[in-house]
Write a protein of this length. Structure first.
Length: 487
């Protein structure tokens, strides 16, 4: 720049700046809302211990990454039993042991593959349904979709089913007491239907996943029903299943090649429930049970169903032990197995301990995925609503507020209801549990929310502590008739 021009600009600079509007200072950053303070007393101490020293997330990662899926009766399930007992022993729990119960035949997954041999010849995503027989080698069959799976409908096709692969479109399993959807046979009809399928030489039955966007699911029936199925059963994605339906609607032959390599064990096996506790100081014979099921289906690692409940339960007991506080009543963790096949482990536990159940203060069960625990479903027990509201009051500011009269089934608290025991399931934020992870191949650690898992462990610890130290007993009620779980 020439010296003369530079001098002229410098001379004008003060004039130019006089009319310039100054840039306002940035407003101070909004102060983040302060988290609520931990309550006074032991509840606050437990919550602080879990918040600052909790091992629930590390335990969950270890469980799912080193052991993985935990199908009832499997070798991995046995490894999980040993793992849980080691965790309980390490934290200083008392009376650590496992309790055996008779399961049935174990099952090991093999290679699952399906390929369309006609039309576009694309592979189809498929999952062999656990506990149903498999094939020694790939097989080929023509696809057929009956109008429904009523026995009379299938019997009308007698002589036409040999070597066929049948499509079975099934809706959600009905709640106890609700009418069965059209096409869903009752248990007696199912036995006859199973024998008919075998006698006719049906090659396999394919069902449709209950989730969209390529998600595969498994489960959905009780072990008592599954174990009687004499032909291989597998699940296709919704997209694959509906493609086959479209092709059949064109009245053209549709053929599939299937490889379903799952195998049943040669002999029945036992499974186990894992137990550990803190003995009560004043009323050790009275017990609060924290329950969760440790078994899972095997399409993924069972992180949400129910690794989260398992590790939150362990952490609740660990925190109480670490606090040094002594409960009046015994606080016991029971990690059940066989839940996914019809609450088998918890039913076996309740039956084995039936003479002691009148001393159980309450059973609380965590089994609804990664969401925060909002409260407890009281199974219509208006008579305990006020006391349960008081029990969870220390955690009201942390999201544990609800004491609804909702009746929940399909998890292990239900096994204690026929004996009149106050038994409650956690009510949790649904998140993506039923839309994505539940019984699917994406039930993995990546779908777990760490803060919600922490809050769940706090909720279990505080609820169990308060129940163990109530002055009064929660009233038992007349035993209820057992209900068939809606899987």
């Amino acid at each position: 720049m020439r010296p003369a021009l530079r001098a002229s600009l410098l001379a004008l600079l003060p004039t130019l700046l006089v009319g310039q509007t100054p840039v306002p200072a940035a407003p101070p950053a909004a102060t983040a809302p302060r988290p609520p303070q931990f309550p006074a007393g032991v509840p606050g101490q437990l919550m602080k211990l879990i918040a600052e020293q909790g091992q629930q997330l590390a335990d969950l990662q270890e469980l799912v990454d080193t052991i993985g899926p935990r199908l009832t009766g499997s070798e991995r399930m046995r490894r999980a039993h040993a793992w849980a007992q080691a965790k309980l022993t390490q934290m200083g729990a008392q009376n650590v042991h496992e309790e055996a119960w008779d399961f049935g035949f174990a099952w090991t997954r093999g290679v699952d593959q399906a390929r369309l041999l006609t039309h576009n010849q694309m592979p189809l995503m498929i999952a062999h349904n656990a506990f149903t027989p498999g094939f020694d080698k790939p097989v080929v069959g023509e696809v057929l979709e009956p109008a429904d799976f009523k026995l009379a409908t299938l019997q009308a096709l007698k002589g036409q089913l040999k070597g066929k692969i049948l499509l079975r479109a099934m809706g959600a399993r009905p709640a106890p007491g609700a009418p069965r959807p059209a096409g869903m046979p009752n248990p007696q009809e199912q036995d006859t239907l199973n024998q008919f399928l075998k006698d006719e030489g049906v090659l396999a039955v394919l069902t449709m996943s209950n989730k969209q966007y390529g998600l595969l699911t498994t489960g959905g029936r009780t072990f008592r029903e599954i174990a009687k199925v004499p032909v291989p059963v597998a699940t296709l994605t919704q997209e694959g299943f509906k493609q086959l339906q479209r092709l059949l609607a064109r009245k053209e032959p549709v053929k599939l090649e299937l490889q379903l390599g799952g195998k049943l064990s040669k002999a029945p096996v036992k499974d186990y429930n894992v137990v550990g506790e803190i003995r009560g100081g004043e009323k050790p014979e009275e017990v609060v049970i924290i329950g969760a099921h440790m078994d899972s289906w095997d399409l993924s690692t069972g992180a949400n169903d129910n690794g989260t409940g398992t590790c939150a339960s362990l952490e609740a007991l660990r925190a109480i032990l670490a606090s040094g506080a002594k409960p009046k009543r015994t606080i016991r963790v029971v990690l059940f197995s066989g839940e996914e096949q019809g609450l088998l482990g918890s039913k076996a536990y309740a039956k084995a301990h039936k003479d002691e159940l009148d001393k159980v203060q309450a059973v609380i069960v965590d089994d609804m995925g990664t969401g925060r625990i909002r409260g407890w479903a009281l199974q219509g027990r208006e008579d305990v609503k006020a006391v349960m509201a008081s029990v969870i009051s220390p955690m009201n500011d942390f999201g544990l507020r609800e004491v609804s009269l909702a009746r929940m089934g399909s998890t292990d608290h239900a096994s204690f209801l026929p004996y009149g025991v106050p038994a409650f399931s956690a009510q949790q934020d649904a998140e993506d549990y039923f839309s994505h992870t539940h019984h699917s191949h994406v039930d993995s650690f990546e779908r777990v929310q760490p803060e919600a898992l922490l809050q769940g462990a706090q909720a279990l610890a505080v609820t169990a502590w308060e129940l163990a130290n109530l002055e009064q007993r929660l009233p038992h009620k007349a035993p209820e008739a057992p209900r068939e779980p809606a899987r």
